[in-house]
Design a protein around this ligand. Structure first.
Ligand code: RUB
Length: 315
């Protein structure tokens, strides 16, 4: 797929979900590196930097996107030869895609340990990582039930119920505002993450923080399933993760909104859940409390302030 097609597919949410976005970006960089045929290193590097800028501009919140770009292109800083640079990008992209898929499988195995036979689980949006835990628990023979939210305005919950139904998992489909009414029927809430900040807070689909609040009040366990590349390195130098706000027309059609000149539709598509409302984060490296986020950024992602490179991180 040409780079611009992938970028547009991410922007328009045809490709969505932080893990899928990251793998699509890695694949687009690999294909773009193969396509730029020049032997001139500077020309090749500048072409790749432009590609990275375009991809990074598509969706601002999913940290998986700049992290994937950084991982795929990290050798470009020290490369001097176009062929070596190209081969490095192709190698890194393929390794990233493989390890990202493996991470989801590992998270599923680890996350399933949090689910007991007979549990009822609440999930929100459509997260591969969160669903991997639920599906693995079912595969292990645990009798489970799920509450899945609708997820206005994009209805990602319909994707989730399709997957749950495919795995023959009994599921209750509820509107987002019904969460508190059902929270006492739930043993465990599991959501994914678009970004995890150094302070342990989690940015995920709008409504996640209300679920966490309801879970906290009901003493229901709230866990986040997220690959380590969802942790945000730049948050460790105090940079805020931007929360994407999409057009109001996704919530209320323009022709209806036009009738109400005093009304402005707001459409933030993610929110931040403080770490204090999260019991643990399931990563492919094991379970951690939210306070361990800086450790993942430093020890696992191996990120140092000296890594700061505007082309790779978009600072
Ligand atoms: C998707 C969303 C998902 C996370 C994690 O939002 O909030 O919970 O991206 O998903 P959108 P995954 O539909 O707006 O992209 O675990 O699949 O990476």
């Amino acid at each position: 797929m040409p780079l611009t097609t992938t970028a547009e597919a991410i922007r328009s949410m045809e490709i969505r979900g932080a893990g899928r976005i990251a793998r699509a970006a890695a694949g687009a960089l690999r294909d773009h590196a193969e396509m730029i045929s020049t032997d001139n290193f500077t020309g090749f590097r500048d072409g790749m930097y432009q590609a990275a800028d375009l991809l990074r501009s598509t969706r601002p919140t999913a940290v998986s996107l700049p992290n994937a770009i950084h991982i795929v292109m990290r050798d470009l800083r020290t490369a001097t030869d176009a062929t070596d640079a190209r081969n490095g990008i192709i190698r890194n992209a393929e390794a990233f895609i493989r390890s990202s898929e493996a991470a989801v499988r590992t998270i599923g195995m680890i996350g399933a340990n949090q689910i007991r036979d007979g549990d009822t689980i609440l999930t929100h949006c459509n997260s591969e990582a969160a669903l991997a835990c639920i599906i693995e628990a079912k595969k292990q023979g645990k009798e489970i039930e799920v509450f899945a939210t609708e997820v206005r305005p994009w209805n990602q919950g319909r994707l989730t119920i399709e997957v749950l139904n495919h795995h023959e998992i009994p599921t209750h489909f509820i509107v987002d505002s019904a969460v508190r009414s059902f929270i006492n029927d739930v043993d465990l809430a599991i959501a994914g993450a678009d970004a995890i900040s150094a302070d342990g807070s989690v940015i995920n689909k709008i409504g996640t923080s209300q679920i966490a609040l309801a879970a906290h009040e009901a003493r229901t366990k709230m866990i986040i399933a997220a690959e380590t590349y969802k942790f945000a390195p730049l948050s460790s130098i105090g940079l805020e993760i931007p929360v994407e706000e999409r057009p109001g027309s996704e919530v209320l059609a323009d022709e209806i909104a036009q009738k109400y000149p005093f009304v402005r539709v707001r459409n933030p598509v993610f929110d931040r859940t403080p770490g204090t409302y999260i019991d643990l984060i399931v990563t492919e490296e094991g379970v951690i409390p939210p306070e361990y986020a800086p450790l993942i950024i430093r020890e696992h992602l191996g990120w140092r302030v000296s890594d700061l490179d505007s082309h790779l991180f978009g600072t």
